[in-house]
Design a protein around this ligand. Structure first.
Ligand SMILES: *Cc1c(COP(=O)(O)O)cnc(C)c1O
Length: 362
């Protein structure tokens, strides 16, 4: 077995567009205050942890999970106020739902359209599935460029449009009226990705009933359950029946089903954590604004985007790391995100440690 043989063989067989990719990089964060991935800093009170463990002990791990996760779906319908006319399907994270949608709709000359800067997975999974990806640039203030999006839709006739609402990595909610125009213009389907719904003041969930090709995607990841890997797509039952055909059987494992169900039945605990994060977001925003040389963008999510002075983004990011704080450096993405850094809102203590470190650097 030589490296040269392997190289020749894989260059022959692995799809060129996959070889051209670099693997999705997750930094080792074990030594850091971890503010890079929009995770909740909160775990559960000991009493709830004990109740949860008792439930897990009863799970029949020798059996396959409930293939339709019906009990969990019912709980999600209630807590997420899914309209009665809508159906839902579940994914192993909303990332898997993005993959299912594209698997069901990919093919020659099929286009996925979203905005840039936006969530990287839309582009990545387009590449995996051989779909053409078009990212329409946002305005300089990260609002939707209405005319550019509408023109791109009319030229490209996209099969799928993704709009993250609030947007990642910018944190803002787009103008609802413009999103409604985009929905009306969509020739195929449009997904409103509400990963940060818990921290935001608006939602398209109530609009599902009035649009045959509109879907709302949610995840429990940003609500303190990132380890479970559970996302959902709500919308038109006829479409969802088609998407369900490319879902691998048993994609939601028994431990995730039992744990998510338990968490949803303790909704008050999750809500309290969300309120704490929204409160901390306001404080962190003000603290960032008081530091010299930063432009801070308003956020409806559990993270805040800010721009450093020209040419300083990466060095500030690296210095924060030296101080033991890991955030996200968006500078390598270039263009509109030049010198932009993104910090996840955490506990008041961790936020203060971040601000203190940043204050010494800038
Ligand atoms: C984090 C995030 C997701 C991914 O959610 P998972 O359910 O963890 O796969 C989806 N969309 C956006 C916009 C996100 O920021």
């Amino acid at each position: 077995m030589t490296d040269a043989n392997t190289k020749a063989r894989l260059e022959h067989w692995v799809r060129p567009e996959i070889r051209a990719l670099s693997a999705y990089h997750v930094p080792d964060a074990s030594r850091y205050i971890k503010l890079d991935a929009m995770e909740s800093p909160y775990r559960w009170p000991t009493e709830q942890v004990a109740q949860w463990q008792a439930i897990l002990a009863d799970v029949e791990i020798n059996r396959y999970p409930d293939p339709s996760a019906s009990e969990l779906k019912l709980a999600l319908r209630q807590t997420m106020s899914i309209p009665a006319g809508a159906e839902i399907i579940l994914g192993n994270g909303s990332d898997e739902i993005i993959q299912m949608l594209m698997l069901a709709m990919c093919g020659e000359n099929r286009t996925v359209l979203s905005v840039e800067p936006g969530f990287v997975m839309y582009h990545m999974v387009s590449t995996f599935t051989g779909m053409h990806y078009v990212g329409v640039p946002l305005n300089a203030d990260f609002s939707l460029n209405r005319q550019a999006v509408l023109d791109a839709i009319s030229q490209q006739q996209p099969a799928i449009i993704f709009i993250a609402y609030p947007n990642n990595p910018t944190g803002n909610l787009f103008d609802r009226a413009v999103v409604e125009e985009i929905i009306a213009a969509a020739p195929g389907i449009i997904i409103i990705d509400e990963a940060y719904h818990a921290f935001a003041s608006d939602s398209f969930m109530p609009a599902l009933d009035s649009h045959e090709n509109l879907f709302v995607m949610r995840t429990v990841s940003k609500m303190g359950l990132a380890g479970l890997r559970l996302g959902l797509l709500a919308g038109n039952p006829q479409w969802l029946a088609e998407f369900d055909k490319v879902r691998l059987p048993y994609n939601i494992n028994s431990l995730t089903q039992a744990s998510a169900l338990f968490a949803l039945r303790n909704q008050a605990m999750l809500d309290q954590q969300t309120r704490a994060i929204c409160q901390a977001r306001g404080e962190l925003y003000s603290a960032l604004q008081q530091l010299d040389g930063l432009s801070v963008y308003p956020s409806q999510a559990n993270f805040i985007l800010f721009r450093t002075q020209a040419g300083q983004g990466t060095s500030i990011f690296e210095k924060l790391k030296t101080e033991g704080v890991l955030i996200k450096n968006l500078s390598p993405a270039g263009d509109a995100l030049q010198d932009c850094l993104r910090v996840t809102v955490s506990t008041p203590e961790e936020n203060a440690a971040f601000i203190q470190a940043l204050d010494q650097i800038v």
